[in-house]
Design a protein around this ligand. Structure first.
Ligand SMILES: [Fe+2]
Length: 467
């Protein structure tokens, strides 16, 4: 079946739950009862296990799914490395630059060519670590002007991909079923899962951000004294229901050109061509699956007395390192919220952080930075690396310092987000130079004009302002 042959009802039958054990069958009786691998699985399907952790990972970490499919996914000719001229130059990104300056980018360009799809429009912007060691992360910008080919699929052996659409809804076909992911929603495609990114509207190009996690998997953050509910609630995560095509093609690899599967393997692209569709999973059960989440469902929590808590209170998903409480990657959002703190500087305070902070803006404005030309604008980004000082720009600081402290709603119609990592993040050659979006003078514009408010020593307790 062609992608367009599926009805909305068939495509978007979601199951709910984060890290739940789910099951789904698109044909009655496709799931074996009481065992995973019968001698002859029902309906003549093949049983195939997809492991998201080592077999022996402890129970609370163990992730796996059993797929029941028409043909096993190993049935393909050898992968061939894509020739250099066909590999998006920006995917590998080139040398990483580690620099202490604050960085900000103007909105990244939409795809310059109508021929660009999600894979060819994936740009490696920044990162740390190494996928071969399963350590670290990659930060990407994507821009797509068309759907991936109907007969193509992509997967990454490098990590789990968190996608944050900024413009244009994505209609993502996965082995597990379909996910419609609009701006203000996110999705996570686990390592190894094959998928095809389509544009929900072919006339609406797509642009957004992505983070690839080379180690571990995203979890919901601990809630501590907050209790059993709050922040992102488990029931609001949605997983696809099984939905398959029956195109098994011919047997054997001769002339096997019907379906192209592209693999990202150590930041290098490889392709193979097989005669059968990769989207032939009739049923599945397990806890390793792609999922989406609507950021509008985030239960935002903050201070109702004074000061505001650390921004970790806005964590949607966290990918822990081996050190408890320290994340390889946190996905944090700054949603609309009420500020009521008394005698409080309400915007984010000035700080230097042992973590690195990459920020993007999905829509609207951000309360600590001005928008407009040369500002922090939807589709743009900023990076405040390890110990690089940052905080509100001078104008925002003065405004907040003199604001009347009545209850105020901030961020209406807006959503900024942050990828925060314990690792020092390098910026690729594309990110620093080739994309041509780095704002000159970001630091000077933001903080060159901060005023001195200090009360001179000896000039009396009532103070004498220098301004
Ligand atoms: Fe910060």
């Amino acid at each position: 079946m062609r992608a367009t042959d599926f009805s909305i009802k068939e495509k978007y039958r979601y199951q709910c739950g984060f890290d739940s054990y789910l099951e789904s069958e698109a044909a009655p009786g496709a799931l074996p009862v009481g065992q995973n691998s019968p001698q002859k699985p029902p309906l003549g399907l093949y049983a195939e296990k997809l492991s998201g952790t080592a077999f022996t990972a402890p129970r609370h970490e163990n992730k796996q799914t059993w797929l029941y499919r028409i043909l096993p996914s190993c049935s393909h000719p050898n992968f061939e490395e894509l020739p250099a001229e066909s590999t998006p130059e920006s995917l590998t990104g080139g040398k990483l630059h580690y620099i202490p300056n604050q960085l900000r980018w103007d909105p990244f360009d939409h795809a310059s060519s109508k021929a660009t799809d999600f894979v060819s429009g994936l740009h490696h912007l920044a990162g740390a670590g190494d996928p071969t060691l399963k350590q670290g992360l990659g930060i990407y910008i994507y821009a797509a002007a068309k759907s991936m080919n109907e007969h193509s699929a992509f997967y990454s052996s490098d990590g789990d991909l968190l996608i944050v659409p900024q413009e244009g809804a994505l209609d993502i076909r996965t082995e597990f079923g379909w996910l419609l992911v609009r701006p203000m929603e996110i999705c996570v495609i686990p390592r190894g899962v094959r998928y095809q990114v389509r544009l929900a509207d072919e006339n609406q190009p797509a642009r957004g951000y992505a983070l690839e996690l080379f180690q571990g998997h995203f979890l919901l953050p601990e809630l501590g004294p907050i209790g059993s509910n709050g922040l992102a609630n488990a029931r609001d995560f949605q997983a696809p229901a099984a939905c398959f095509s029956e195109d098994c093609g011919t047997t054997g690899f001769d002339g096997a050109t019907s379906y192209t599967v592209t693999a990202k393997f150590n930041n290098t692209l490889f392709t193979t061509h097989q005669p059968h569709t990769p989207f032939d999973v009739v049923a599945w059960h397990g806890n390793y699956y792609p999922y989406k989440y609507d950021l509008g469902r985030f239960n935002t929590i903050g201070s109702i007395s004074y000061d505001h808590p650390d921004p970790s209170i806005f964590t949607v998903l966290t990918a822990p390192s081996d050190h408890v409480g320290t994340a390889i990657a946190d996905f944090v959002i700054f949603p609309p919220r009420w500020l009521v703190g008394e005698d409080t500087f309400r915007p984010p305070w000035y700080h230097r952080n042992t973590m690195s902070e990459f920020m993007g803006l999905i829509q609207g404005g951000y309360d600590a930075k001005k928008g407009g030309s040369g500002g922090f604008i939807p589709g743009g980004a900023s990076l405040h690396n390890v110990m690089s000082g940052h905080g509100p720009d001078a104008e925002s600081y003065e405004g907040a310092r003199n604001a009347e402290l009545k209850p105020a709603k901030v961020g209406d119609g807006s959503c900024a987000f942050m990828f925060e990592s314990c690792l020092m993040v390098g910026v690729t050659e594309w990110g620093l130079n080739r994309c041509q979006k780095v704002q000159e003078g970001y630091s000077e514009h933001s903080w060159g004009g901060v005023k001195v408010h200090w009360v001179k020593r000896g000039e009396g307790s009532r103070g004498h302002l220098l301004e």
